[in-house]
Each structure stands twice: as C-alpha cells, then as structure tokens.
Design a binder for this molecule. Structure first.
Ligand code: SIN
Ligand code: CO
Length: 386
C-alpha cells in the first residue's frame, strides 16, 4: 500500500463542505477506520528534545492554575502521572510518516493546509477551554480523550495563562469520548477543550487563513523586494486653498484610496505576489540537501528502479494558469518563482502531486526536462527519496 493511501478518510465531502466547513463543528466517528498511529509518545518526546522543534508542555494543578513550559526539553523525569500534555508543532516536517495524515485532507487546496501538531496527554492532560483562529481536524490516536466543543463565539478576554488564549466555561454542542480513529472538526472561533481519559495521542491538522493584515504586510515586503508600487500621489489641477490648511480633504483621501485600489486591481502585480506569499511556508522548513549532489541520470535511474520522490512536508508548490497573465502558467515553490521550460501540463503534475515515480513520469510531456527539474528540487532538499 502506498503511504499516501494509508489514511483513507470516511466522510461525505460534499455534505461536509456544504454544512460544516467553516460553519459548525462535527464529530466524525471512525473517520479513519482501524487507525494506526504514525508515531508514538517516545518519538514525540525525542522531537521535543530538539532545538529546532517548537514544543511545549502544558500542565495544571486545577482548572485555574496552568503552567506552560517551552522546549527543547532534556528531561521528562519530573513529570507526574496525570494532568499534563506535550504538544509539538509541525511534526510532519520532521517525521515523513506523519505527513501522510495531511494527505487525507487534500480535498481542501494544499495552500490552505498548514501543519500537523501532535500532542501526547496523560490522564487529565489538556490545554483547557480555548478558541483557535483556524480550522482544525483533531484526530484521536492511541488512548481515549473526552472532548467538548461549543458554538462559535467572539473571542473573550479571559486569561488564566497568557500563552493559552483560554476562554470562559462554555455550553457544549458536542460532548464525547473520542476513540482511536475518531475525528473532531472544529471551525475557527468554536471553543473546545479535551482532557485525556487514558494516555492519548492527538493529531491536529491545522489550516492557514491569512488575515488582511498578513496579506498587506506580505504585499508591502513583496513590493519593496521587487521595487514595485512606486507610483506617487499626484494632484495636478488643484484649486488654491484660502482656509483649512490643516484638513486632509475627502477628495484627497479618495485620490489616495484610488491609487491604493489601482494597485490591488493590478492582477499582474497581485497574482504573482499571492503565489509567492501562499507558497511560503508559515514556519521554516528544515532542509537536508544530498551530498554529493545528484545528476539527472541518477534521478532517472532511481525512478526506473522503482523508487519515488516525495515533497518535503511543508514545502508548497503552487501554480496558476490564468492565460492572459501567465503563458504558459506560473509555478511558485517555497515562496519563489520557479523558472523552467516545463509545459503547463507538467507544471500542474509537479504541483498537484505529492510523489513522483516512473508511472507519473510517463504522464509528463517532456520526461527528460521533468527529470531535470526533479533533480534540481532533490538537490535543493525540497524533494527526497523515500
Ligand atoms: C491538543 O491536542 O491538546 C490541542 C488541540 C487543540 O485544541 O487545538
Ligand atoms: Co484548539
């Protein structure tokens, strides 16, 4: 069985998207039948010892007294038998087997998928009632955990611990014990809390939803880097002013706004920016490059011998084919425009697939050019051989 076929989601996708996505929480019993954990608690503890890995331990003595410690952790011996959770971000970047879990959620476009956070909780362990700003699917792995989820609510200030963004007690519309393979879908802004009943692993598939602030920030950086947006305010034909020098007139504001709007209406500027911005991972991806570098012939032989190449989890490849702007289609990888002579079809194959083998290569228009591109990407550490 190929690793991407390992986690088959049992869910009516049409109905889910129409009724629940971004709207209502949903408990999907046995969303993954016969679920097998891709990692265990020791793997997670091992990751939490690494400097580059973002991890924390959340514990409480009672539900008003919370502690948060940030990793790396070199010693777990002080931990008690109850009431703590170890949470590790972006586990998919470090453990390829865990990345295959994300693939079950690619009925949502890849750019929306963020990362896989994994938690291990001892009985009673949890992070308390809180809201997230992002959609999340929480998959129950080993163990059993009691989850409560409430209806969408505005964020309220309630802060027993500054790191936890907790909310006040809420009325649950889902109140259930999750068993291995059960999945909770939680849209942004729905309060939730989960406490382990038995030592539990939970996998949170998180999504990204850039705020307007993120987009404008990114756009400003993009314009500086690419020396764009240099058109200045101009006011030829202005009438003389005899009073109210201190006023910023609505007419001037309208002109300034029109200038800003013209920039946003310029698809030739905006689309490449969006491709660059949304193919940039939210967190740095740890990249290992092969030593010595591979030649195209090496990659061709690997594929011919039945091996396959897989995108490093966290690397995003996005394409856009809007014909008037992009002939023949634009491809962005990891925030950068990827310059190549690949056909539109081959750019799509590159961005739409997670794995490349001889069979996939046979579907390309120009397999030798495609192999060269794969070789470049392998040598950049963006693709790796499984
Ligand atoms: C957890 O696994 O404990 C936290 C998941 C979440 O609430 O987002
Ligand atoms: Co949450």
């Amino acid at each position: 069985m190929s690793s991407s076929a390992r986690y088959q989601l049992t869910l009516d996708l049409e109905q889910f998207l129409a009724e629940y996505w971004q709207k209502k929480p949903l408990l999907i019993r046995q969303g993954f039948a016969q679920f097998v954990d891709p990692i265990d608690a020791d793997d997670l503890a091992g990751l939490a010892q690494e400097e580059e890995v973002d991890s924390r331990i959340v514990s409480h003595t009672d539900k008003t007294n919370w502690q948060v410690r940030h990793g790396p952790f070199d010693d777990f011996s002080q931990l008690t038998e109850t009431d703590w959770s170890l949470l590790v971000q972006a586990v998919d970047h470090w453990i390829p087997d865990s990345a295959t879990l994300l693939n079950a959620f690619r009925f949502i476009p890849s750019w929306r998928i963020d990362d896989l956070m994994v938690s291990f909780s001892m009985p009673g362990g949890g992070v308390g009632p809180h809201l997230d700003q992002y959609d999340v699917f929480i998959i129950q792995g080993q163990g059993k955990r009691h989850w409560r989820v409430g209806e969408h609510q505005p964020t309220q200030a309630h802060c027993p611990h500054p790191d936890l963004l907790q909310v006040k007690p809420f009325k649950a519309i889902i109140d259930a014990e999750l068993l291995p393979g059960d999945i909770l879908y939680i849209p942004p802004g729905c309060p939730h809390e989960g406490y382990a009943i038995e030592p539990s692993l939970n996998y949170s598939v998180g999504f990204r939803a850039p705020s307007q602030r993120d987009l404008f920030n990114g756009l400003a950086d993009y314009m500086v880097d690419n020396e764009l947006g240099e058109q200045r305010f101009s006011d030829a034909g202005r009438q003389a002013l005899f009073s109210h020098h201190g006023e910023l007139s609505t007419a001037d504001m309208q002109t300034l706004k029109a200038s800003m709007r013209a920039l946003l209406e310029d698809d030739a500027l905006l689309y490449p920016f969006l491709l660059a911005q949304l193919s940039t991972p939210n967190r740095t991806v740890a990249i290992d490059t092969p030593e010595p570098a591979l030649a195209s012939e090496d990659v061709a032989s690997l594929l011919a011998e039945g091996h396959s190449l897989t995108w490093h989890s966290g690397v995003k490849a996005l394409y856009c084919n809007k014909p008037a702007l992009f002939q023949p289609g634009e491809l962005y990888i990891n925030g950068e425009r990827f310059d190549s002579k690949l056909s539109v079809n081959d750019k799509q194959i590159l961005a739409d697939n997670l794995q490349f083998d001889a069979e996939r290569l046979a579907l390309t228009d120009n397999s030798s050019l495609f192999t060269e591109v794969l070789t470049t990407l392998v040598n950049q550490g963006l693709l790796f051989e499984e």
